[in-house]
Each structure stands twice: as structure tokens, then as C-alpha cells.
Design a protein around this ligand. Sequence first.
Ligand SMILES: C[S@@+](CC[C@H](N)C(=O)[O-])C[C@H]1O[C@@H](n2cnc3c(N)ncnc32)[C@H](O)[C@@H]1O
Length: 366
Amino acid sequence: MVQVNELEAAIVAHIGEHGPIGFDEYVDHALYAPGLGFYATGGGAGRRRDFLTSPEVGPLFGLVVARALDAWWDQLGQPDPYLVVEAGAGPGTLARTILAADPRCATALRLVLVEPAEGQWATHPAKVTSRRDLPEPGELGAGPVVVLANELLDNLPFGLVELADGGWCEVGVGATGADGADQLGRLAEVLIPLDARRAAWCRGQAGREGEVGTRLPVQAEAAAWLDSALGLAAGGRVVVFDYASTTKAMAGRPWTDWVRTYADHARGGHPLADPGRCDITVEVAIDQLATVATPDVDRTQAEFLRAYRLEELVADGVARWRALGSAGGLPAIAGRSRVHEADALTDPAGLGAFRVLEWSTQSFSW
Ligand SMILES: C[S@@+](CC[C@H](N)C(=O)[O-])C[C@H]1O[C@@H](n2cnc3c(N)ncnc32)[C@H](O)[C@@H]1O
């Protein structure tokens, strides 16, 4: 008897009824299907969950982002209210650490969290909107908005294409046949030939010499998210933190390098295995976002954090520890641990190599 989990059985049944689905639709089910998807059932960022993100390393990341929020508040002329939307807030750790850092803009700051997965809300410190879409422009009131997203875009459903023997194809998800009436089929990749226009885009990315088996990600949902974020920001700013690359660079690497699965702080297997039990992520293709708008600033996370005085904050923490030692209690210990947090957040082989993409939307006042 083939063992399939409940979500896999539901996807197989859906495919049996409607035919193969796109890889993007599959990712959507695997991560967000109500009651069964990975995020919908409480998987995600955190020491007790599945992987560590920058805010989960410790409070230093939120402290530096709070400094950045103050700087952007000044640049915007200190609006009150100061609208900041954090999209993909997960368990709300970044928002909590920003508030705990007591930024200068605190009295004006109106922080709105957008997080569709109910399983993530228990610890949220601020207003939550449950939907997946960003608020409509103007819905939060007049004035500029800063939109932040840490490790959101890598988690938005994405498509895959592959150069097969006969040409470029979409990688869809179908189901292998069941062997008997009481057995369910399993999920399996299916290749669906692309029309000439899409195939030409793929050739442009992979080059004519692209080898059979080459794959590319198609990140239409991430581009659509950016489009809405720029509309919402209206004279403010959109700031995205994520692991990122370019479509051309990904064409030259095995797809299993840039599509990754995680559960319980370990890399997982093929994304079609055990849907709902692991995260499925993709490196963000900066060039695909740039078809919506080219970022005004594109730098590493290490560069971003240093630009907002990471080193000074670490030195302050160390000085507090030296002055007070363990008699200084938790604040002194937190000061000392900034050294290790900074190492992790700027690690050139890890979080430090993430990209921070910024769009300043003065030119986008719709
Ligand atoms: C990798 S987690 C990042 C969580 C948090 N930002 C962090 O850095 O720890 C991605 C989060 O984005 C959420 N998400 C997925 N699609 C979304 C959408 N369209 N809008 C907002 N959040 C979304 C997921 O439910 C998940 O909680």
C-alpha cells in the first residue's frame, strides 16, 4: 500500500479530477492549504520550529532595522502616523524586536503585520491582517508607507521550466496511476511544452547552449507582490531582505541548489515528497523583480546592517557587559550576545550574503 499524507491525497484527488497543476499551484497547496499546508499548520521560522531567519537569531536585527526606520522617518519628514507594513511577519519576532528597541519614531509608528497563516499569529505584537494581499493603497490612511518583508518572496509560489529533449517545457505536477482501487497514486513531475513566446524567454535566460535538463524559476507572484507593495508605499519605501540571485545565474546551477526544502532545521528532499511537512523555498530572481521596477539600492545584508551602525550597537553592548557583568542582568547579557548575533547576521557564507533590495517610491506616487 502506498503511504500518502492527507494533503498529498487531496492534491492527487484534485489532479485526478482536473488534470496536472502548475508547480506554483503545487507550492501554494504545500505551504498554505488551510489546515494542511506547512505554514497553515504552524511550521516556519524560530528555534523551536524549522529554520532560523535573521530576526530569530536574536534582537540585534530588529534593533538595527529600528535604526533604519528612524532614518527613513526623518527622510520622509517625520510623518505622524508613520505607517510601516511588515509582510510575511511569521511569528512576529521582527515586529516585537523593533518595538522593544524603542525607536525615536515610536510615538508615530503604526505597525501593521500581514501574515496569512493563522498558526503564526499567537505571538504577534501588533495589528494583524489575515489575508495574503497587502492593504490597498490609501486603505491605512493617507501618506507614505514603508513596506518591509524578510524572507517572504522566497516563499511565494513559483513556477519551474525545463529544457527537455524537444524544447522548453513547464514543469507541472501530475499523479502516477494507482495500482488498485484502494491505492492512491503519488505526485510526479510532468513536462508540458511551452508556447513560442515563453520558450523564447527561457532561451534568452539560459542561452542557446543551455543543456537538456536546465531549469529556471518563474517568479510571477513575487513580481506581482512587488507591484502591489510599490502601489501601497506611495512615496515611501519597499525594503526586501532575502536570498537572491539572477535567472541567468540559476540557469547555470543545478535546480536543487536554488529550490530548497527545510524541516526541523535540516535540508529536506524533493519538493513533491511529503507536501505540507516541509518548507519549499526558491532564491529570489532579482532580474524578474526588476521587470516591475529596478531596485534603487541592492546590497548585501552585511552592508545594510553596517550602514545602520551595527558595529556601534555591538560596541555599546560589549561596553555594557564589561561595565556591569552578570550583575547587569539580562540587558548586560544581551549586550554581550550582540557579538555572536552580529557574526551570524553578517556571515558572508550565510545571512550576511542575503540581499537587501530597496525601492524608494517618490517616483511612484500614483
Ligand atoms: C519564511 S517565513 C518568514 C517569517 C518572518 N518574516 C521571519 O523572517 O522570520 C515567510 C512567511 O510569509 C508568509 N506569507 C506567505 N505568503 C504571504 C503573502 N502573500 N503575504 C504575506 N505573507 C505571506 C508565510 O505564511 C510565512 O509566515
